[in-house]
Write a new protein. Structure first.
Lengths: 296, 397
């Protein structure tokens, strides 16, 4: 079993934020929830956390109602007391999840050292940079060893160094068997981290499943070719279209079986071929195709 | 339902006590109490308490002695011409010169010397009376009988005190209690609203609300700030008592504090009044997203409290007035007005019970309604409060 979202709908008055959404996250896996702003990601998370009640449908963990003590949550915007001491508020937040103070104190020390910021233990949140605040926020979500971790836009607004540190920790977390649900509008992060993704559009899941399967479904045979005589292949019947790019051309074809014939044609004409490769389909392409241009 | 009460309570109390604002306000209040209770001593330091140096020009050798006997020390008798007197005053050698002819006086001075002239009049009046009595051979017992004041012995049958002294000290206690209730509800109530709004604006609420029932959260906040209030007020009162020791208000309040009935009612109404307004402030605080808005939001409640306070001040002299009686059953006014009535007039037991019952019911209702708004309220970060309420209500459907 796992986290199960079954036919969940959430309405605010006449506005439907989440519409008949179903997906499940197997235990120990990482699930990426994608979607433009307002697609219903945060509302979905809040329903899992029982902050909001679904209008219809069911959310279960291991077949039972989700127990908040087993869930860790990193909200999209900072959720910390700006003026409280870091150790104190982390211990406080952990105690709300049923953790003992002494145990929480030890855990805070371990985590701060692991994230290379032990010197901030007694400082106030407002004194920290945004990246370091996000690290504290991550500790707040993970301190009580949750079984399910929900990360809402964990990488937004961070510099590349901090993104790497956070990614490293999230992967380490997954390797310990924690189930992770996270949202992002940065496709490359999702692609790098997740086995399973769901793409939301206006509260509906337009795409959902594991990454290779989805890619397989969306893969269209296309080649990326960098050459000085691209016009030599334009007339070939196997070529569907040629789109010029910065330093090459995207050539859509009927099937990858035809790529040998295309290369042969170029060589026969004595063309100088610098790049000749299969164009991989990215989540970004799929996202844009499904959600629209103004997504990310 | 009270799960997580303790960590919330402890954390709120701790961070409040540690905050700079708390330390600063405590120190300032202590300074204010010290200044207020010692106002007379402080003023006297800056006052020019020395008596003006006076010269009397007179044939009567008893004037100087009588003046000194009634407390004017800095006076001598000399023979001066008016011109010489003007010179000495201009040179600053003396402040005031009085030329006395029998019982008519001419005074020359740089500016009005009221203390001297008043005492001089008293002294001369005394001298003239003595002279008149002696020359007209009046029996001294007649004089004594003339000066005998009328005896007045009052008895009051209403509550609060059997004679005028007791009544005024009961009023003083009620007044002190009303002030205390008013100031502390405003101070600590605002603190609660700010506390909730800060949690909401810093989005910590999203972490808290997923683990804690709204009523628990509200109660933890209210109790934590309440604890702070009890200790802080107790500390201030103790300090004020030591600092004021001996002042009239302090003595009469202390006298009454020995009265267990007064103390019991005070505690009950103080507690209920605080709980009612505190829960209102907590709910209002959860409806706005920024601390500046919280101030606006609680304004109507503060106005309500101001009205209650003014009605109570009016009731201090008219505890039997119909408006006081009627409003003493209305929960928002009851803590002040029912306490006032219980202390100053006869009130039936059922009246007190009804008033307290209504108060408790309203507190429960406020918390219940608040918990409905709370979860919805903390997730909306809009600026339009009314639009926000509508959204929250729709969300709860």
């Amino acid at each position: 079993m796992a986290l199960q979202i079954e036919r969940v709908t959430k309405q605010f008055g006449n506005f439907t934020a989440v519409d008949d959404l179903s997906f499940h996250v197997p235990k120990g896996e990482m699930f990426g929830l994608l979607g433009a702003n307002g697609a219903g990601k945060t509302t979905t998370f809040r329903m899992i956390l029982d902050i909001l009640k679904p209008t219809e449908g069911q959310i279960t963990w291991d077949g039972k109602a989700v127990d908040h003590r087993l869930v860790g949550y990193l909200p999209e915007e900072r959720g910390l007391y700006p003026k409280a001491q870091i150790r104190e508020q982390l211990v406080f937040l952990a105690s709300l999840k049923g953790m003992r103070a002494a145990e929480a104190k030890r855990a805070v020390k371990t985590w701060l050292e692991r994230l290379e910021i032990p010197q901030y233990e007694t400082m106030r949140v407002e004194q920290l940079s945004k990246g370091n605040q996000q690290k504290i926020q991550l500790i707040a979500a993970l301190l009580h060893n949750p079984e399910l971790v929900i990360l809402d836009e964990p990488f937004s607004g961070l510099d590349p160094v901090n993104v790497e540190i956070l990614k490293r920790e999230v992967l380490a977390l997954r390797d310990t068997g924690t189930t992770i649900l996270f949202s992002s509008h940065r496709m490359e992060h999702v692609e790098e981290l997740c086995q399973h993704v769901g793409i939301l559009k206006a509260g509906r899941a337009v795409v959902s499943g594991d990454v290779p399967t989805i890619k397989g479904r969306y893969a269209e045979p296309a080649l990326f070719i960098e050459t000085d005589q691209i016009e030599k292949i334009a007339a070939l019947p196997v070529v569907e279209s040629i789109t010029p790019y910065q330093n090459g051309h995207l050539v859509r074809i009927h099937s990858f079986a035809d790529s040998d014939a295309i290369l042969a044609t170029l060589v026969r004409h004595g063309a100088n071929v610098q790049t000749f490769m299969r164009q991989p389909v990215s989540l970004n392409d799929i996202f844009i195709k499904e959600v629209g241009e103004h997504a990310s | 339902m009270l799960h997580n009460f303790r960590p919330l309570y402890t954390f709120t109390l701790k961070s409040r006590i540690r905050s700079k604002a708390f330390v600063v306000s405590t120190v300032l209040t202590l300074l204010f109490i010290f200044a207020f209770t010692n106002a007379d001593k402080i003023f006297s330091v800056f006052e020019d308490s020395e008596q003006a140096s006076a010269v009397v020009v007179t044939d009567n050798p008893d004037v100087v002695g009588t003046l000194q006997a009634i407390g004017y020390e800095d006076v001598t008798s000399r023979d001066l011409s008016e011109a010489a007197a003007r010179d000495e005053i201009n040179n600053g050698e003396v402040d005031v010169v009085a030329f006395i002819d029998e019982y008519a006086v001419r005074v020359i001075s740089e500016r009005p010397e009221t203390e001297f002239t008043t005492m001089l009049q008293t002294a001369l009046l005394q001298l003239r009376n003595t002279e008149l009595i002696e020359t007209s051979n009046v029996d001294p017992t007649v004089i004594a009988a003339l000066n005998e004041p009328i005896q007045l012995d009052e008895s009051y049958l209403g509550r609060g005190g059997e004679n005028s002294d007791e009544l005024s000290s009961a009023s003083a206690l009620v007044y002190a209690m009303l002030m205390l209730l008013y100031i502390s509800i405003i101070t600590y109530g605002q603190m609660i609203a700010t506390e909730v709004t800060t949690e909401k604006s810093s989005r910590v609420m999203e972490l808290i609300i997923s683990t804690t029932h709204p009523i628990t959260h509200m109660l933890a906040k209210i109790t934590a700030i309440g604890t702070l209030a009890i200790f802080q007020i107790g500390f201030f009162l103790g300090f004020g008592y030591v600092s004021a020791s001996g002042s009239e208000l302090a003595t009469s309040v202390i006298e009454n504090a020995g009265n267990t009935r007064a103390v019991a009612y005070m505690l009950i109404f103080f507690l209920l009044g605080y709980l009612l307004y505190a829960s209102l402030f907590a709910v209002l605080g959860s409806l706005v997203s920024r601390v500046e808005e919280a101030q606006q939001m609680i304004m109507p409640v503060v106005m309500l409290l101001v009205v209650a306070f003014f009605v109570a001040i009016f009731g201090l002299n008219n505890p039997d007035a119909t408006i006081v009686t009627v409003l003493s059953f209305v929960p928002f006014f009851a803590p002040m007005l029912m306490f006032l009535r219980v202390m100053l007039v006869d009130v039936a037991v059922w009246e007190v019970a009804l008033s307290i019952g209504l108060l408790v019911g309203t507190i429960g209702l406020t918390l219940w309604i608040g918990s409905k708004f709370y979860r919805g309220g903390v997730l909306f970060y809009g600026t339009n409060a009314i639009k926000q309420w509508r959204q929250i209500l729709q969300n709860r459907q």
